[in-house]
Design a protein around this ligand. Sequence first.
Ligand code: SF4
Length: 187
Amino acid sequence: MGIEAAIPTDNFLTTQLRHVVNWGRRSSLWPMPFATACCGIELMATASSRYDIARFGMERMSFSPRQADLLIVAGRISVKMLPVLQRIYEQMTEPKWVISMGACASTGGVFDTYATVQGVDQFLPVDVYVPGCPPRPEMLLEGVMAIQRYIETEGMPPMNGGKRAPLGVVVEPTHAVNPQPVGLTQS
Ligand code: SF4
C-alpha cells in the first residue's frame, strides 16, 4: 500500500509546529499575583464567576514563582518590598511576562513619597500597563489578551542586545469618567 493510500481523507488537519506551541503558550499563562493593596481586590474579582479568568486558561493563580510565567503587580510597592518583588520575578519560569496593574504600580499613584516606588518599570520589564485606580477586571483581562495576542504571533518575549525588552503596551480605559460628585441636586 502506498503512503497516500494510508493517509485518511478526513478527520485530520495540518499546521505548523510553531502555531501549536504558541497556542499552548498563550492558552496556559499562569499568573503570579503580587497584590499589595486595593487593586488586588479587582484582581481577585477577575477570577470570580462574573469575569472568569479561567476562560483564558489562567485560573491557576500560582503562589510559587517557579511555576508561574505572568507576574501581575497590583498595588503600591514600597522600596523595602522591592527586593522581594525582584527576587520573585527572577525565580519565575522563562519565557515570562509582567503586567503593571493600576496607577500605584505604574507610577506610585498618589503616594509621591520617598518610600514608594514611583513605577515598577524602573526595575522590571513591564509588558502591559493597565491604567486606573483601580482598573476594572475587564481592563486587566484586556491586558492579558494583549500579551496573548503577542505570544500568538511572536511566541517569545522581545530581546534587545541579549537583554529582555519590555513590550510597553498601554491598555485603553474602557469607561468614561463622570464628574464628581454625582447625583446631587443644586439648591
Ligand atoms: S491604584 Fe488606586 S486602587 Fe490601585 S492600589 Fe493604588 S490606590 Fe489602590
